[in-house]
Design a protein around this ligand. Structure first.
Ligand code: NAD
Ligand code: GLY
Length: 364
């Protein structure tokens, strides 16, 4: 058992998130059945940094440890690359007791989780997130997916890991732009549910940007606690869980509209949160001071507060078109996560004309 951990309460699908630092250790990986084979899925950036360390730490539990190295980037979060995981599993003769390990950021985590959900109708998997974004959000909660050219994360499954091992030391090698992108998902937890956390972030943003270990561990743990509560209440997003998508409706439109990988997910979410907050203000749900406060925190994290122009001829029209494909849409109506007073989020529609005004006001 590990001292610094958090349980995700999902009945017989419950599991722990372990918070650790230093090298990976065999003791971090407990609570799932050992078996003949493990397959580690990673990419060509993370492989030279952490694959051997992870292999060494789990070597006592498996007779054979295989790995598959995917190309790096959001651009490759698609069918072709998902298939490489199945190819590796089948060519290594992996059976349904094989444990998959996702070693990397949210792209690797989402793809490995989806592969685990599908292979032989479901095999166990462990998340080993190595980006801030993956440690505070994507590795926890069981959303897995790949992108479709028409929409982000459109093909996927809810499938929970058996364990998540968040090693904060891996963030030492993370490029600064990726660290900032992860901060967007950290910031979102404040306005949607915990204004005390927002106050803490306002006081500690510089420490986080300097990668202060204590500050990072606090931000990661608090983010996971909030997510654990939300996922525990609503695992399959029939209600509450949608609030975790604050900023994502606009953000996903930015990612798809610009071409996957041009704007990082966290960057889209950052500008998207400002747009969603501004829409909330225009609907009379928050005041101007709140929008400015959120904007200022996002700016201090070094993140964009204005969306890009995704179509020079009809920018707002293109945003609307992209946002209608969002998974929260119902019968063609776009539904936004809006802030109904600081610390409280709701999901609702808004008139297209008002959304157009927000896009016009908030894009470069
Ligand atoms: P990513 O996986 O592309 O990782 C970012 C970059 O950092 C990549 O180039 C990666 O190779 C590199 N990298 C990873 N770890 C590193 C390390 N320790 N040192 C150096 N480089 C490292 O992106 P991300 O921001 O981690 O994740 C974004 C993805 O997560 C998106 O596809 C998004 O849709 C998804 N997501 C999913 C959920 C969910 O609930 N499943 C939630 C949020 C986001
Ligand atoms: N990242 C949003 C969710 O997990 O629901």
């Amino acid at each position: 058992m590990h001292k610094n951990k958090l349980n995700i309460p999902l009945g017989d699908r419950s599991y722990d998130v372990v918070f650790t630092d230093g090298c990976f250790s065999g003791a971090d990986f407990y609570g799932f059945l050992s078996s003949d084979a493990a397959l580690i899925v990673t990419n060509d950036v993370v492989e030279p940094l952490y694959l051997n360390d992870l292999k060494a730490s789990i070597s006592g539990k498996f007779k054979n440890i295989y790995s598959v190295i995917l190309k790096d980037g959001e651009f490759y979060k698609n069918w072709e690359n998902l298939n490489l995981i199945f190819d590796a599993l089948l060519s290594s003769g992996c059976d349904r007791r094989t444990v998959l390990f996702a070693l990397g950021g949210g792209v690797i985590g989402d793809m490995t989780g989806f592969a685990a959900a599908c292979y032989m109708r479901g095999v166990p998997f462990v998340q080993v997130p190595t980006t801030l974004l993956a440690q505070v959000d994507s590795s926890v909660g069981g959303k897995t997916a790949i992108n479709h050219p028409r929409g982000k994360n459109m093909i996927g499954a809810f499938y929970q890991p058996q364990l998540v091992v968040c090693n904060v030391s891996t963030l030492d090698t993370l490029p600064a732009r990726e660290l900032r992108a992860g901060l967007a998902e950290v910031i979102k937890y404040g306005p949607i549910s915990d204004m005390e956390f927002m106050v803490w972030l306002e006081a500690n943003m510089e420490a986080l940007l300097m990668r202060d270990r204590t500050a990072l561990l606090h931000a990661i743990r608090r983010s996971c606690e909030i997510k654990a509560h939300v996922v525990g209440v609503d695992e399959r997003e029939s209600g509450l869980r949608a609030i975790l998508n604050f900023g994502h409706t606009f953000g996903h439109a930015i990612e798809a509209g610009m071409g996957y990988g041009v704007w990082l997910h966290g960057e889209g979410v950052a500008a998207g949160m400002v747009m969603a907050a501004e829409l909330s203000r225009r609907l009379g749900m928050v005041d101007e001071a709140f929008v400015q406060r959120l904007k200022s925190l996002i700016e201090r994290a070094g993140l964009p507060v204005r969306g890009p122009v995704v179509d020079a001829s009809d920018n707002a029209g293109r945003y609307l078109e992209l946002m209608r494909i969002d998974k929260k849409s119902e019968a063609g109506e776009i539904r936004f996560v809006l802030i109904d007073g600081p610390g409280k989020a709701v999901v609702r529609g808004a008139p297209d004309a008002l959304v157009r005004e927000v896009i016009d006001a908030c894009c470069a």
